[in-house]
Design a protein around this ligand. Structure first.
Ligand code: HEC
Ligand code: HEC
Ligand code: HEC
Ligand code: HEC
Ligand code: HEC
Ligand code: HEC
Ligand code: HEC
Ligand code: HEC
Length: 336
């Protein structure tokens, strides 16, 4: 008898919490992003569906304590907000209030991955890469946003705000150094919906996939570089593999040449053992040679870095040296 009472009590609690859950989901529906999303750019877009009769204020709070308040409007159904991410796991809280009382609270986790930060290269297992641009998802936005492609191949927008992609991705090309096709909003010159040997599994998952490796696509505009590097005896492994985007952001970046890190940190991220410059001494000297924090006599105004001596792409000299032969490298900076 007691046991069955306990059981029915438990069933009641379960049903009650289920109904609460269903009610919450109705009050505020997070259309995007998915619950555990992987991102490759430092931004993610929130789209929240809410109804004025049940919620009058939405707040979005990041784990870096940035808060955005959105007033719910009787004539609107969807609320959109782009949020900045930090590397790794971001936990973002979405709350709904009615007359100052909390009526709904949900979380979204977004993992900003990075190809050049070891600790953020592989997202924890719970994270998934969900693609957005398919017919089903786009239908929800189409009542307010023009979802078509309106770029003319090779013709830059005079007013970039007129690009249909700009409505939702306006921050993608806004960092200090920006790549020409991205600032001109010729997005589909790369996002052509094709896939390559490394992302074959993503075929048809999004209208705007990019082929991986992307090298051949880069060379379709940078023909001179292909000629120049193709002629060399040695090519740097990631360049040879066409993984240009390991080092270069295709959109924009704080560093020149849209590098994901400044060149010294970029190189040492994959070649940690070369930081001390002991490898240079091996053949030529007795003491460690500096690799940074001194001026580079061969590049006025710049600091010594790995690229003072090595070409990041290709070279005729072994070890990708910036000279025609290994012996020639020292005389670039040290006159006899
Ligand atoms: C009810 C109309 C409506 C619907 C439906 C809608 N949006 Fe929006 N969206 C807007 C408006 C209006 C803006 C301009 C900014 C503002 O006033 O909030 C906007 C702006 C945006 C932005 C830019 C936000 C920012 O912070 O710069 C993104 C991203 C966005 N929408 C994505 C979406 C996506 C994705 C969908 C479909 C899942 C969608 N929207 C559905 C009305 C809508
Ligand atoms: C209504 C808003 C909206 C418009 C318009 C829009 N996008 Fe997106 N797009 C999104 C959202 C939301 C995502 C998911 C990732 C995020 O939050 O940034 C996304 C993701 C992407 C991705 C990653 C692949 C995928 O499918 O998830 C690419 C590439 C992309 N958009 C390119 C474009 C291009 C190119 C255009 C213009 C032709 C465009 N988008 C127009 C909202 C929009
Ligand atoms: C030069 C080629 C190129 C151009 C031009 C380009 N992209 Fe990309 N984009 C890429 C590559 C490559 C990736 C894959 C991720 C990476 O390497 O960072 C990507 C990834 C993305 C993503 C997914 C980021 C994520 O969170 O997973 C979005 C969104 C996106 N691009 C939007 C755009 C928009 C909008 C434009 C136009 C302003 C644009 N791209 C122009 C090459 C390009
Ligand atoms: C649609 C054509 C197009 C594609 C595709 C393209 N680029 Fe570019 N890129 C340009 C243009 C135009 C410029 C600016 C003119 C210049 O300096 O060559 C530029 C400039 C650059 C620069 C700066 C060059 C400098 O001397 O300042 C780098 C680095 C670069 N691109 C890398 C890439 C990489 C990496 C890819 C592939 C992920 C790529 N580009 C794909 C058109 C393109
Ligand atoms: C290992 C990292 C790395 C990879 C991979 C890489 N780059 Fe670069 N790239 C750099 C660095 C570093 C610079 C800046 C060189 C400097 O400051 O002199 C640069 C400069 C450039 C420039 C401008 C200077 C020039 O030589 O014309 C272009 C264009 C370019 N890269 C395109 C590409 C393309 C296309 C690919 C893929 C085929 C690629 N890069 C792969 C690191 C890389
Ligand atoms: C994404 C990882 C990655 C980055 C970033 C990177 N490298 Fe490499 N590098 C490799 C790999 C992989 C190899 C081939 C295996 C090896 O020698 O370790 C290589 C090889 C080399 C070699 C030896 C080539 C030979 O023929 O012996 C040199 C020199 C080199 N890299 C210099 C650089 C410089 C300079 C930078 C910065 C512009 C850089 N690397 C950035 C991955 C990287
Ligand atoms: C002053 C010139 C100089 C600088 C600066 C320099 N290197 Fe080297 N590097 C060399 C020379 C010379 C060799 C060939 C050494 C040998 O003969 O074994 C070499 C060899 C290499 C090799 C291939 C040999 C091996 O042991 O794997 C890699 C990888 C490399 N350097 C990476 C780097 C990185 C990363 C940096 C920046 C932290 C850097 N180098 C800075 C001159 C330099
Ligand atoms: C890109 C320029 C550059 C190249 C190439 C270069 N060096 Fe240097 N080297 C420097 C700079 C800068 C210093 C630091 C000078 C200072 O401290 O004022 C230095 C310092 C030295 C020192 C003194 C070290 C000390 O701490 O007292 C020796 C020895 C040396 N280099 C040998 C070589 C040899 C051997 C090569 C060829 C493998 C070489 N360097 C290639 C720029 C270069």
């Amino acid at each position: 008898m007691r046991r069955s009472m306990l059981l029915s009590y438990m069933v009641f609690i379960m049903l009650f919490s289920l109904s609460l859950f269903a009610q919450q989901a109705q009050l505020l529906k997070i259309v995007a992003p998915s619950p555990t999303q992987i991102s490759q750019e430092n931004i993610v877009s929130f789209v929240i569906e809410a109804d004025k009769s049940t919620v009058d204020l939405i707040t979005i709070t990041t784990d870096a304590n940035a808060t955005f308040n959105i007033q719910v409007n009787p004539n609107k159904t969807h609320y959109c907000k782009t949020i900045n991410l930090h590397l790794g796991e971001n936990i973002i809280d979405v709350a709904g209030y009615k007359s100052n009382t909390l009526v709904s609270e949900q979380k979204r986790k977004v993992f900003l991955e990075s190809k050049v930060h070891k600790e953020y290269r592989y997202p924890p297992q719970q994270y998934k890469r969900e693609y957005f641009h398919n017919e089903t998802n786009e239908k929800v936005c189409a009542s307010c946003h023009d979802m078509s492609v309106n770029e003319v191949k090779g013709v830059a927008f005079k007013d970039v705000t007129k690009s249909n992609c700009y409505q939702c991705h306006n921050q993608v090309a806004s960092k200090k150094h920006a790549h020409a096709p991205s600032v001109n909003w010729l997005c589909t010159s790369c996002h052509n919906g094709k896939v390559g040997t490394f992302n074959e599994a993503d075929r048809n998952k999004s209208k705007y996939t990019v082929p991986d490796p992307i090298g051949p696509l880069c060379f379709s505009c940078h023909e001179k570089n292909e000629e120049k590097w193709g002629d060399k005896r040695f090519t740097h492994e990631p360049t040879e593999a066409g993984r240009c985007n390991k080092c270069h952001n295709s959109h924009s970046e704080e560093n020149e040449f849209y590098l994901r890190k400044d060149s010294w940190n970029l190189c040492t991220g994959c070649h940690k053992d070369k930081i001390e410059g002991m490898h240079i001494v091996k053949t030529f000297g007795r003491k460690a040679h500096p690799t940074h924090n001194v001026k580079d006599p061969s590049r006025p105004g710049k600091d010594l870095s790995c690229i003072s001596c090595h070409n990041p792409h290709a070279s005729n000299a072994s070890f990708l040296l910036q000279s025609e032969s290994v012996m020639g490298i020292c005389s670039r900076c040290h006159k006899k």
